[in-house]
Ligand binder design. Structure first.
Ligand code: SAM
Length: 282
């Protein structure tokens, strides 16, 4: 069955695999200073955001990603007041963060203002948190931004694209070092670290480099299945010199409206299958 591009959007991954969804309407297309931005209305995944031909956000499954990026970090930090999201121009991570009244300020550092503007228009629910008065938006390179802040953030979340183009800077060891310095002593950083199945080298290198920066026992991977991302199985690197997702977690402040993250799913997410353990020790 060949997929007619006038009806289907297909993300071809590495030339040998693909993920496709039938769309009913193309809502937006632009080429910003940084990337091609497309937004489709689809039958199966709701509205989807595509950057440079890659699925970034879908109304169907991005809640899994946004909840896993945000809530383990907050659940393992006593009283977070200042947070920063690097990348994340769709606003989904910020929308999860603003659910916590204890958080006093949130910076979104997204390099591409056109992503923010198009997501505010076409993903009103996912981007809703961007209008919270505690949120300030900075449109510049996250690596340059974070390097200017020391001992300032209780939570740093990196919601980046793949390590290509402007996203490459967000997988550099120098960036990881800047994150470590930007955290308060009890702070936590969580970064999306790609697919252990389809991007095992990127995943393995990211966890290795993070461990070289934060310490061998200070980086814990977490896993979740996100169907619209290549390979489905996705990972997050939980980094902290003082907090550990195995022991430091408390669910007292967990918002009541979550659809994926829970105490049980927290436990499930930090259990590594043998093939991932093998990847990280080989
Ligand atoms: N959840 C998605 C994923 O895991 O692939 C990421 C979504 S979010 C839209 C990714 C954002 O990172 C994009 O809007 C992109 O413009 C932004 N970005 C890429 N490189 C960046 C950089 N160096 N500094 C700040 N933002 C960056």
């Amino acid at each position: 069955m060949s997929l007619n591009p006038s009806e289907w959007f297909t993300e071809v991954y590495d030339g040998d695999s693909a993920f496709a969804v039938r769309y009913t309407k193309k809502l937006y297309e632009a080429r910003s200073e940084f990337q091609k931005i497309e937004i489709f209305e689809t039958s199966k995944m709701g509205r989807v955001l595509i950057l440079e031909g890659c699925f970034m956000v879908t109304e169907k499954d991005s809640f899994i990603y946004h909840e896993m990026l945000v809530h383990p970090a907050v659940s393992c930090t006593e009283n977070p007041r200042k947070a920063v999201v690097i990348g994340g121009g769709d606003g989904g991570a910020v929308t999860e963060l603003v659910k916590y009244n204890s958080i006093e300020s949130i910076v979104l550092c997204e390099i591409d203002p056109q992503v923010i503007e198009s997501c505010k228009k076409f993903f009103p629910e996912i981007s809703a948190g961007l209008s919270d008065p505690r949120v300030s938006i900075v449109t510049r390179d996250g690596a340059a931004f974070i390097a200017e802040h020391e001992n300032e953030f209780d939570i740093v979340l990196v919601d980046s694209t793949d390590p290509v183009g402007p996203g490459a800077a967000l997988f550099a060891t120098s960036f990881f070092e800047s994150i470590r310095k930007s955290l308060t002593p009890a702070g936590v950083a969580v970064l999306q670290t790609e697919s252990p199945l389809f991007m095992s080298d990127v995943f393995k290198d990211a966890i290795r480099d993070l461990r070289n920066v934060f310490g061998p026992d200070s980086v814990n991977p977490m896993l979740a299945v996100i169907p619209s991302y290549p390979g489905g199985l996705w990972s997050f690197g939980f980094c902290s010199e003082t907090k550990n997702p195995h022991q430091s977690v408390s669910f007292d402040r967990l918002p009541k409206d979550l659809k994926y993250y829970s105490p049980e799913m927290h436990k499930a997410s930090i259990a590594m299958p043998p093939f991932v353990k093998e990847l990280l020790t080989s």
